[in-house]
Design a protein around this ligand. Structure first.
Ligand SMILES: Nc1ncnc2c1ncn2[C@@H]1O[C@H](COP(=O)(O)OP(=O)(O)OP(=O)(O)O)[C@@H](O)[C@H]1O
Ligand SMILES: Nc1nc2c(ncn2[C@@H]2O[C@H](COP(=O)(O)O)[C@@H](O)[C@H]2O)c(=O)[nH]1
Length: 226
């Protein structure tokens, strides 16, 4: 093995589950799309939902749109990693091949609510990096939902009614970013992703590398999880 082979082995790491949550309209979908465009190494976990598509949303790209019976069947067959009732519909993360892909170093982006985040914490805490996005004000949140012009006024009102309850979960997240200027918010979220990729316990190839550098076994407390 050459020195550069050893170094690339050392750079191997587990993938991470990068979660973005926010009250509806604060901008997590916008930030998610910017991230997916800028960073080829992260893939969107495409959720399943019983809500209808908005204009421009494509089945299999933004969501898998299903009817209630299909969602019921998926629940019965234990096809979901997590799922929840949100704003009168059901949303869930299909299991697919997430676990094996994480092991192979694939990162996934999750645009999910606080209930889904809690379920991921319970299942795979070590792999989750969670970011909560706050709007600069409640008035701006309403303005954004109205300007998006993709939901009828009753839907917008019901999302505004839930906004404070959604925001109350902010402290359950590791990172909190205010989305005032979208480019600034994106830059911060991207920095979080970059830093978390280097987190020691994700770097599964480090042990043999450090063993070679030190000429002895590194202490077991620092072993990355495999
Ligand atoms: N920093 C910003 N300044 C102004 N407008 C913004 C900003 N960020 C996002 N927006 C706009 O606000 C609207 C809501 O954003 P987005 O759809 O990303 O929110 P969301 O949190 O994903 O909402 P939902 O949970 O309902 O899907 C969109 O029209 C988006 O273009
Ligand atoms: N727990 C989950 N929440 C999800 C999932 N997919 C989306 N969501 C959240 O639902 C609301 C509403 O989304 P919208 O697209 O109808 O505006 C939002 O908070 C999403 O983050 C999921 O798979 N699980």
């Amino acid at each position: 093995m050459t020195a550069s082979d050893t170094q690339s082995e050392a750079l191997k790491r587990r993938g991470l589950m990068f979660v973005l949550s926010s009250p509806s309209g604060a901008g997590k979908t916008t930030i998610s799309r910017m991230l997916l465009e800028a960073d080829e190494a992260i893939k969107l976990s495409v959720s399943v939902t019983t809500r209808s598509p908005r204009p421009g949303e494509r089945d299999g790209v933004h969501y898998h749109f299903v009817d209630d019976a299909t969602f019921d069947r998926m629940v019965e067959e234990d096809d979901f990693y997590e799922w929840a009732h949100v704003f009168g519909h059901r949303y869930g993360t299909p299991k697919g091949h997430i676990r094996s892909a994480l092991k192979d170093g694939q990162d996934f982006l999750f645009d999910i609510d606080w209930q889904g985040t809690q379920q991921l914490y319970q299942k795979d805490r070590q792999d989750v990096v969670s970011v909560f996005i706050l709007p600069p004000s409640i008035a701006e949140l309403r303005r954004r939902l109205e300007a998006r012009a993709q939901d009828n006024p009753a839907v917008i009102q019901s999302r505004m009614d839930r906004a404070r309850a959604e925001i109350s979960h902010w402290a359950e997240y590791e990172y909190v970013v205010i989305n005032d200027d979208v480019d600034e918010c994106f830059r911060k979220v991207r920095e979080i992703l970059h830093a978390e990729r280097m987190e020691r316990t994700r770097q599964t190839g480090l042990i043999p590398f450090v063993r070679e550098l030190m000429g002895t076994d590194p202490s077991p407390q620092v072993a990355p999880s495999i």
